[in-house]
Design a protein around this ligand. Sequence first.
Ligand SMILES: [Zn+2]
Length: 89
Amino acid sequence: MTTGGWGGRRVAALRAAVLAHYGTTCHLCGMPGADSPDHVIPRAHGGTDDLANLRPAHRRCNSARRDMPLEQWRAAHPLPSRAPPSRRW
Ligand SMILES: [Zn+2]
């Protein structure tokens, strides 16, 4: 068995799969340019490395969220698409 860790080659392969499958919109902040796989259910909470449990996210959003449950993150960081449209520029 390997160490079962989360890092290195394994992350690179998952990142490529996640970005190919879901695109590059960060599921945490709703902005483009996501560059890392984030767990919907954190591994610390029993989440798997399955594609179904992964979404693209910015590395900084990913590390800001850590093991926070997604609902809790959403409550603190509503997606921009929820805001009323305003194009004053
Ligand atoms: Zn983000």
